[in-house]
Design a protein around this ligand. Sequence first.
Ligand code: GLU
Length: 319
Amino acid sequence: MKLRFAPSPTGHLHVGNARIALANWLFARKSGGHLLLRLDDTDTQRSRQDYAEAIEEDLRWLGLDWDELVRQSDRLERYAAAAEALKASGRLYPCLESEEELAYKREQQRRAGRPPLYDRAALKMTPDQLSRAMANGKVPYWRFKLSNTTVEWQDHVLGRRAVKLSAISDPVLVRADGSPLYTFTSVVDDLDMGITHVIRGEDHVTNTGIQLDLFAALGGDARKLAFAHLPLLTDADGGPLSKRIGSLSLRQLRRDGIEAASITGYLAGLGTSHDPAPGAPRDLLPGFDLGAVSHSSPRFDPRQMMGLNRKLLHALPFA
Ligand code: GLU
């Protein structure tokens, strides 16, 4: 078994990321699998080295380790080669429409009561039209031609899942400056690195449909890949946690005097029927069962986590 935790170093890790990292770690360590820490750092505008360093430090503080570290920015040549292969098979096609043109098309579709799907106009462009546009200084970006199928998989947490690809716009995989996007790099890596289990947030369910199609287009065998999507955390009122995420970064919690074991113990209990108790990752191994995680979004209640922290501190020797 081979797993990966793949954060983007565009900010500090928060409790939502920590939950995914912990689930990957527990699954890998319980099954004797191999765990990669993969930095999704191809977005050069937003990725920062200090965030990458902070991610490693925060994960270690939580009590997590990994068997291998990979930086996507070291693999740009490999992504370029994979893009060439997709171009050759006709699955990656050049587009020239500007953001304004696309926004205008979407607006028209909306007015006509149609879903705002990309119309694949670029596929109708002749080689001659393309080379003339390029001679005039236009540089294409590249979209992946999705299959006209419904992708299905048995999710380890959510159960049977299906994504209808005809309801999704062909995704851009390569920007005009040649830089590859996450949807693409992630699949190339999962394939090359022999990943067997992808554990990530429920916000990636649609991506999974797209990525399985891409996986097959790159010659992968999708049956070798299992998925588990964890429902996203909500705040104590049931709203999205994202509004409060700044105060829930691991750095901030550490500064506030929260012990790592209070965070990991609390996160491991969320969405399960177990009462959460403080616990370092290795102490949580015996009770860990991904299949027992509920389909609905668990509430993240900082007060409850503080309660665990108090319990943990009380039990420590006075010195
Ligand atoms: N960098 C992506 C994220 O942080 C990774 C998602 C994945 O696990 O594929 O959401």
